[in-house]
Design a protein around this ligand. Structure first.
Ligand SMILES: [Zn+2]
Length: 210
């Protein structure tokens, strides 16, 4: 995949319109009314506006410009060992219930010619997690982005998360942890590369809890 095409496509999808906070506020007002609440009582009167602001923040990934994100952060380096950034905290909203899922992402790649500034990797995770998501797609999108932008020998992404929608509703499994992974290039083809990554992220790892 051509990097410019990929980034243009990603940018055009998400960066050209403002979130309609007024419309969200109206919908929240109607939701409160539909629940049987009084949307005009003191505690709720500002809630529609607050909820719209909260969505603006929680879903800010749609308006993160991927080109700006990587601008001036790609470096030509002769380095061909594995780069690992582990325990990147993230939160997201599941697209089925609009309830939070949150946890940690671990990202690794083996550069060929380019590396990306270390602080950018958590921002890539944020760009894709602060959207309505499913964990599997989030995992793949992070891996794909790094693969297209850096053209590395391979990328590995592991995401561990807890899902509110299954913890507090439905079957109420309070310990609803899920782990997903996306392995590209040598991380897929070479078992010792994959094991090096997986061993590294499990070393001293603490289980997710609240
Ligand atoms: Zn859900």
């Amino acid at each position: 995949m051509d990097c410019d095409d990929y980034l243009n496509n990603l940018a055009s999808l998400f960066c050209d319109s403002e979130m309609d906070l007024e419309k969200i506020s109206k919908a929240v007002y109607q939701t409160l009314d539909a629940i049987g609440e009084d949307p005009n009582r003191e505690g709720l009167v500002d809630t529609p506006k607050r909820v719209s602001k909260a969505y603006q923040e929680l879903l800010s990934g749609y308006r993160t410009d991927p080109k700006k994100l990587i601008n001036n952060a790609l470096f030509d380096v002769k380095y061909d060992e594995m780069v690992i950034v582990r325990d990147i905290e993230f939160y997201s909203l599941c697209e089925h219930h609009m309830l939070p899922f949150l946890g940690r992402a671990h990202v690794a790649y083996i550069p060929t010619k380019k590396v990306i500034g270390l602080s950018k990797i958590p921002r890539i995770v944020d760009m894709f997690s602060r959207r309505l998501q499913v964990q599997e797609r989030l995992t793949q999108q992070i891996a794909e982005f790094i693969n297209v932008v850096l053209e590395p020998e391979g990328v590995g992404v592991v995401v561990e998360a807890m899902h509110m929608c299954s913890m507090i509703r439905g079957v109420k499994k309070h310990d609803s942890r899920m782990t997903t992974s996306s392995m590209v290039g040598v991380f897929r083809d070479n078992i010792s590369t994959r094991m090096e990554f997986l061993n590294s992220i499990s070393r001293g790892a603490q289980s997710l809890h609240f």
